[in-house]
Design a protein around this ligand. Structure first.
Ligand code: G6Q
Length: 550
């Protein structure tokens, strides 16, 4: 494929950027009262206002030309139809098959993967129903009260984020806990809260070789056995979610207690598979199916909507526009919904692990910026912290505001205040406050000319800062499914334009390898000299101060 920067469409965008880079967003709104109607989209129950962007009809045309020149439609088709879109790991990426609510087969290596997908879903449904209705009991005959998910990265962030996001729908008896960090404090503090007789441990690991997860799982098993339970009781208290059945059996978990998935499900895309079990236990299978349906509806939109009205394509093009032509290196996710408090962290992994790449699919070095840094916190909290930098700092930080109109916990005027804050922020970022406006405001408040002169620079706002706003009626299971799928496809389309592989993660693999070898060296209890002087110095200092040298 042609290097993206050599495409005519890329060059046209660069030229167009020169034409409009000094036009203020205020001017765009003043020039066209129909801007809001022009730059909005609806899909799968989500509404997107993207009018507060550095975007004219000409920009839109240029961006769509880039999507076409990058074969976005063809690449989406390849992913959905099970082609090998992850060549460095020689596999397709078929998270969309996991939420395929239609009757069409999805073929991998000549086999339809839908029957096994449905089979695992059915087993998950039966198991979760039994835990939820109390017929699955612990070894002393009591219903389960606590579920501890042991996993990390893709085997943790997705279910954790979704369980939190759908907390209002949670089962009343079941408390969900997540242990991911190998820092013993994470496990110890969690075990303090639970009773071994009524706790179910889920060991979630695609590979079942991840050091942190296996270490945590072994510690949980020892704690369980030390509490008086027998080896035979493990079967009622430990289940595994994995693709590696031999490692699961070797750990001591019964094959009947394992829910499988497949190597064509990437870790950070695995929430739709058995990895979703904590969510199923929390909200029940019926709601999990609504969640899958939301994602499926977004999949259908992504597959069939023309590029010009395709929501994930639009969001991806805007990110490319800012990242590559406006020099924006970060992207803020601001959910105005307390239950979405882990959503920015989830998107951080989805986006940064997928598109944090510096070679093209063919292995050649990129000559463009790829994935931006993604970060965020729920509003309104962020407004009282880092929003200052958004309003008056020197960096351009495109923002996605996410707002559910109906609260799941209606309380007086709270929701109206939340909405007012959300809308006010995007307006303020876009409009700013000119010196003339400030002067009039200060004069009306009786300020002296001297004060006005001194404070004008500090108290005026340049504005011109872009954002998208996503609205949803209520953060229901369906809406959450659609929202996650929207961002998954956005990330894919960005990768399609940058011509990078969003499905591998060699950096994560490197971390796994390095920690293992340093741990092995530390176990030898000898002074270490095989690294650079800093790493040797740190290891040796730690060994010495902890009296671990032989
Ligand atoms: C996700 C990454 C990574 C992975 C974890 C856990 O896409 O590959 O975050 O999910 O390293 O891996 P396991 O599920 O194999 O334990």
């Amino acid at each position: 494929m042609t290097n993206p920067v050599d495409l005519e469409a890329w060059k046209a965008l660069a030229a167009h950027h020169d034409d409009i880079k000094t036009t203020h967003l205020r001017e765009l709104f003043a020039a066209d009262p129909t801007r809001f109607d022009k730059f909005q989209l609806s899909a799968a129950g989500l509404f997107l206002d993207y009018s507060k962007n550095h975007l004219t009809e000409e920009t839109h045309r240029c961006l769509l030309a880039l999507a076409e020149a990058s074969n976005v439609t063809g690449k989406l088709h390849s992913m959905f139809s099970g082609e090998m879109v992850n060549p460095t790991e020689a596999r397709p990426a078929l998270h969309t098959a996991l939420r395929n609510r239609g009757s069409e087969p999805v073929i991998v290596d000549g086999q339809d993967v839908m029957p096994p997908v449905r089979d695992v879903l059915e087993r998950l449904g039966r198991f979760s129903d039994a835990v939820r209705d109390g017929s699955w009991t612990g070894y002393t005959g009591q219903p389960i009260t606590d579920v501890v998910n042991i996993g990390i990265g893709g085997s943790d962030l997705g279910p954790l984020m979704a369980v939190e996001a759908l907390a209002p729908f949670a089962h009343k008896r079941l408390a969900l806990h997540f242990v991911s960090n190998v820092d013993g404090s994470h496990m110890v503090s969690t075990l303090k809260k639970v009773n071994p007789e009524t706790t179910l441990f889920i060991v979630a690991s695609k590979t079942f070789t991840t050091q942190e997860t296996l270490t945590n799982a072994h510690s949980a098993r020892s704690w369980f056995l030390d509490s008086g339970a027998s080896e035979a009781d493990i079967a009622r208290h430990f289940v595994a979610l994995s693709t590696n059945s031999s490692a699961v059996t070797a750990f001591g978990i019964d094959a009947n207690n394992m829910f499988g998935f497949w190597d064509w499900v990437g870790g950070r895309y695995s929430l739709w598979s058995a990895i979703g079990l904590p969510l199923i236990l929390s909200v029940g299978m019926e709601r999990f199916e609504q969640f899958l349906q939301g994602a499926y509806d977004m999949d259908q939109h992504t597959r069939t909507a023309p590029l010009a009205v395709n929501m994930p394509v639009t969001l991806a093009l805007l990110t490319v526009w800012y990242n590559n032509f406006w020099g924006a290196h970060s992207h803020l996710i601001a959910p105005y919904d307390q239950y979405l408090h882990r959503f920015p962290a989830y998107l951080q992994q989805l986006t940064m692990e997928s598109n944090g790449k510096s070679v093209h699919v063919n292995g050649s070095a990129v000559q463009l910026a790829t994935g931006p840094v993604v970060w965020g916190e729920p509003g309104t909290n962020g407004q009282h912290a880092y929003f200052q930098l958004l309003h008056q700092g020197t960096h351009l930080i495109p923002t996605d505001f996410i707002m559910a109109l109906e609260s799941l916990n209606p309380l007086g005027i709270h929701q109206e205040l939340l909405m007012a804050n959300c809308f006010a922020q995007s307006e303020a970022l876009m409009m700013g406050k000119t010196k003339a406006e400030l002067k009039a405001e200060m004069q009306a408040a009786g300020a002296s000319e001297e004060d006005i002169k001194q404070l004008a620079g500090h108290r005026s706002f340049s504005g011109n800062r872009p954002s998208n706003t996503l609205l949803v009626q209520q953060m229901s299971p369906h809406a959450l499914g659609a929202l996650i799928a929207l961002y998954e496809h956005k990330v894919f389309v960005e990768a399609a334009i940058w011509d990078i592989n969003p499905f591998d993660q060699w950096g994560v693999e490197l971390g796994k390898q390095l920690a293992k070898s340093i741990h092995h060296e530390m176990e030898q209890k000898n002074t270490v000299s095989s690294h650079d002087s800093s790493t040797n110095g740190l290891i040796n200092r730690a060994l010495k101060l902890k009296n671990l040298l032989a």
